[in-house]
Design a protein around this ligand. Structure first.
Ligand code: SAM
Length: 249
């Protein structure tokens, strides 16, 4: 497979109405577009562990609307993002089929609109970032090596988060992991199953402790930073997240 063939052809999206903005974005000629989920503006360096991106080849798992993609690019990175395919769509938690059926249709539309928001922003910002639509559990060798891999608020949504960390760890010298902070889990290398029969959390699998990742990174031969916590805004409300950075020894 040639390098070029694995990357998506940029899609032309001209109408904002075809987009679902996960992130709040500020785009040339468009001003501020309010996101439906997170507004990371002004706190992006903390989110990304205050790492220097100048001249770095970056692998990003799960760009959503691409706010982080384009911020890393602004800081001098060459960014390649991995996003789910239309066929796979999401690691759905296996609730009974009749319940999930209600989710699938609307979800397919939102995921297409999410991808549209990325390409809309990509064009507006004249970005050179590339996207590989594929399986984050089996990254192709054609993606080659990276200086940094970023897993921002994505591992909680994945059935097998450590496999993704492992895949990234094989290809990148530094790893940045960002996830929700759960003070009650701190002190032990644990993760907790988030879905219950009652909460119908079909999109989220795990709550993690910071030690869960630092210990695994150390197992893989990385040194790790202290996990740093920071406040970020989801639909106007502050939430505490953590960021940790691992570097291959
Ligand atoms: C919650 S958003 C996080 C966006 C961004 N990384 C951030 O930190 O703000 C999760 C992103 O990961 C993608 N995603 C979810 N499951 C995935 C998987 N199994 N493989 C690759 N990407 C996935 C979603 O489609 C979405 O783009």
């Amino acid at each position: 497979m040639s390098d070029q063939k694995i990357f998506a052809t940029p899609q032309k999206v001209e109408d904002l109405a075809d987009c679902y903005f996960y992130h709040t974005m500020e785009l040339p000629g468009r001003g501020v577009i309010e996101g439906q989920d997170w507004d990371l503006r002004g706190r992006v360096d903390e989110y990304l562990g205050n790492v220097d991106f100048a001249g770095q080849r970056v692998l990003e798992i799960g760009p959503a609307s691409g706010f982080l993609t384009f911020e890393m690019e602004k800081r001098g990175a060459d960014v390649i993002s991995v996003e789910v395919t239309d066929e796979h769509g999401w690691d759905f938690v296996p609730y009974p089929e009749p319940r999930l059926e209600e989710v699938f249709g609307p979800r397919r539309i939102v995921m297409q609109q999410l991808k549209n928001s990325y390409w809309f922003s990509h064009a507006a910002l004249q970005s050179k970032a590339r996207v590989y639509y594929g399986d984050a559990y089996n990254l192709p060798a054609a993606l080659e090596e990276f200086d940094i891999a970023v897993m921002g608020a994505v591992l909680l949504h994945c059935r097998d988060p450590l496999r993704i960390v492992e895949q990234c760890g094989k290809r990148a010298k530094s790893l940045i992991i960002v996830d929700k902070f759960h003070p009650d889990l701190e002190g032990a290398p644990v993760c907790r199953l988030a879905p219950t029969p009652e909460n119908f959390l079909w999109h989220t699998w795990w709550h993690f402790s910071t030690r869960f990742f630092t210990q695994f990174l150390e197992v893989m031969g990385f040194t790790t930073s202290e996990a740093a916590t920071h406040q970020q805004f989801h639909r106007g409300r502050p939430h505490t997240l953590f960021t940790l950075v691992g570097r291959r020894k």
